[in-house]
Design a protein around this ligand. Structure first.
Ligand code: WT7
Length: 651
């Protein structure tokens, strides 16, 4: 792997400055103490964190009940996530936070809203009553398909207030993807908006919901937020306007006392098959994990303005736009639109105007900004920043250094955080006041997390060396299952080794114990920090009537990390021209969403296969990442001839 080779040649070390360490929530001493406790007695460590960072209505009887591969954390305890994110910041010694900004929101057209903790609490209570009024009961699933507007945060917290697990579907997914997710979760209500803003114009969301719900009988109501004001067809009595329901809703709604293992949310992510997995997270353990990591890794203080640029439709947005920061009483920034509207400096202008002090984003965004040029961030005063973070994929050292120099003004520590939808919260990361960083390395496991690099057989790699990234002990934020499919849960994550979690990533460990994550080892691609299964895109392609067969692979891409390349064989007599390329790319967008749109489509007469009929992806990957000449396909054709010969041998 050439990428990891270049990462490993990275010798620069950035030690935490004494000034940062002095003020850090977790300094060297704390971290050393927690590492010791976390490795000798992880349940005691997490119980300590649970007491410190979360408020409970009823204490637990047992910290962990581990019947592999099923874990229960804080057994017997009762709590409520919205209570932890809101109510407790309005009471007693925290009452001063009533009028502190909980959310600073900026719309793409330039409109903005600052919502205090007291206001957010009121809105959430009202919407929780709205949900109850629509017949939503504890345990019922609610699907959210919304732009990045404050109502999304309100809806999430209202769901948690009454114990209705939410399933957020990223607004970029197609109607078909939305329908699949609504049906899989059996959602009774869908919350959406008339539309949203992106790249300077409005787009409609509600028509997608109409299309999706046509084939989803479980849905009883669709709640629509008016965002863009465009003409929206409303089907009575199914469809209801958010503002109509809110106008008469009572602002009093006690937070339900929920079991620590009550389902909190389902979030779909791609796997190696065509069917997305509904990752299930529950209440107590998840909240302990995200509240603790947000406080320790982002060093959150009451004065901070924290901005995680992820869309709430992804796990990063769930954990570090909403739940982690709000559980800590922090101010969190939400931005609706694209980074480059109206100009390439939009993000830097947000940081300057709102005084963002801690900023968390993805390597793909950083690479985009590098390409756009230093003049854009340099136009803005970014001196409010004191800490930076990255997530989603390995960061190349050049991008790390640029981020450090141009955005961080050489003074901000960078936390490169490794985790997954399944892990709920951050797992491998520097602690900014205690751990020296190396560009491209996520450094060390968070205290209480037993991360290791294992061989195929499950033996720990002797550093320096590479293998599969594994987590050897349960952790509070871990997924509790795949919605409706315990067998797939056990097979996907717990079958490679006995009672050890298989993350699906390759990793390398150095003598100093530092982790260098090398990317996926399965048939899952990482596109701009988001997972897309090769099978998912293949299924979408073959669902087109002109396609006979398709094989999809990833190839390195300067901006998105990986780009999707599809090898396609068409039905006999089909004209393989640029029009068909467009048709197929749009077809994938329609089936899954723009995030899965192949960058390149190559037509071929046959796909190279093994004797058993398995597509030789390694070969296709080589071809895809080679030079972009048409000549490449000849190699492929040679192989397809070979494959064809082998098949006739078998016959
Ligand atoms: C996959 C998880 C929760 C993060 C957002 C993506 C890759 C994530 C890093 C990192 C190297 C990373 C891994 C992982 N990844 N963070 N700091 N360094 N790789 O969540 O869609 O569940 O994807 O993202 O490959 O398995 P996700």
């Amino acid at each position: 792997m050439p990428d990891i080779e270049s990462l490993l040649k990275e010798k620069r070390v950035f030690k935490p400055s004494p000034e940062f360490s002095r003020q850090a929530n977790w300094n060297r001493k704390t971290v050393a103490e927690y590492r010791k406790l976390g490795s000798t007695n992880p349940t005691r460590f997490w119980a300590k964190m649970a007491k410190e960072h979360v408020s409970w209505f009823t204490p637990w009887k047992k910290v962990l009940d581990w019947k592999p591969p099923f874990a229960k954390w804080f057994v017997g305890a009762k709590l409520n996530v919205s209570y932890n994110c809101l109510d407790r910041h309005l009471e007693g010694e925290n009452a001063w936070r009533r009028n502190k900004a909980a959310i600073i929101w900026e719309g793409e057209p330039g409109d903005s809203r600052v919502i205090t903790y007291a206001q957010l609490h009121r809105e959430v209570c009202k919407f929780a009553n709205v949900l109850k009024g629509l017949g939503v009961k504890k345990g019922d699933r609610v699907a959210l398909y919304m732009p990045m507007i404050p109502e999304l945060a309100v809806a999430m917290l209202a769901c948690t207030r009454i114990g209705a697990p939410h399933s957020i579907v990223f607004g970029g997914f197609s109607a078909d993807s939305l329908r699949d997710r609504i049906n899989d979760a059996g959602a009774v209500v869908v919350i959406t908006a008339d539309g949203g803003y992106r790249r300077g114009s409005s787009f409609a969301l509600k028509p997608m919901v109409d299309k999706a719900v046509e084939g989803a009988d479980c849905v009883e109501h669709v709640v629509v937020v008016k965002r863009t004001g465009e003409t929206t067809g409303m089907m009575s009595p199914r469809d209801v306007w958010w503002h109509d329901l809110m106008a008469n809703a009572s602002p009093k709604c006690p937070a339900a006392k929920l079991d620590a293992e009550h389902p909190l949310f389902i979030l779909y992510t791609s796997g190696t098959t065509g069917k997305p997995k509904g990752i299930l997270h529950t209440t107590g353990g998840y909240l302990v994990h995200v509240a603790t990591t947000a406080k320790a890794i982002f060093d959150l203080k009451d004065e901070d303005v924290f901005w995680c640029s992820a869309d709430i439709g992804w796990i990063t947005g769930h954990s570090y736009v909403i739940y982690g920061p709000l559980a800590n009483g922090a101010t969190t920034v939400m931005y609706e639109g694209v980074p480059t509207h109206p100009g390439p400096d939009r993000w830097w202008s947000i940081i300057e105007r709102w005084g963002v002090s801690v900023f968390y984003t993805a390597p793909t965004a950083i690479r985009t900004f590098i390409r756009l040029g230093d003049q854009h961030p340099k136009k803005h005063d970014l001196s409010s920043l004191r800490l930076l973070g990255t997530v989603g994929e390995p960061i190349n050292p050049e991008a790390w250094i640029w981020y450090h120099r141009v955005i961080g003004g050489r003074k901000c520590p960078i936390v490169d955080t490794w985790w997954q939808t399944e892990t709920g919260g951050i797992m491998i990361t520097p602690l900014p006041g205690a751990v020296a960083t190396k560009p491209g390395s996520a450094t060390l496991a968070f205290p209480g997390i037993d991360a290791e690099v294992l061989s195929e057989e499950g033996d720990p790699t002797k550093p320096p060396g590479g293998g599969f990234l594994a987590i050897r002990k349960p952790w509070p934020g871990m997924l509790r299952g795949i919605w409706g499919d315990n067998q797939r849960y056990a097979e996907t994550y717990w079958s490679k080794w006995k009672n050890i979690y298989f993350a699906g990533d390759g990793a390398h460990r150095e003598k100093d114990g530092y982790f260098w994550i090398m990317g996926r080892v399965d048939d899952v691609m990482n596109i701009s920090g988001h997972r897309i299964g090769t099978m998912e895109v293949e299924s979408a392609l073959v669902s087109h009537q002109l396609v006979a067969e398709a094989a999809v692979v990833g190839r390195p891409d300067e901006i998105t990390g990986t780009a999707i390349v599809a090898f396609v064989t068409v039905r006999v007599g089909t004209k393989t021209d640029v029009d068909l390329v467009d048709t197929l790319r749009n077809h994938v967008t329609k089936e899954i969403g723009a995030i899965a749109k192949p960058k390149e489509i190559r037509f071929t007469d046959a796909l190279p296969k093994t004797r058993s009929g398995k597509i030789m992806r390694r070969l296709l990957r080589d071809i895809a990442s080679g030079k972009d000449t048409v000549g490449d396909t000849t190699t492929l054709e040679d192989y397809s001839v070979l494959a064809a010969l082998r098949e006739s041998d078998d016959g």
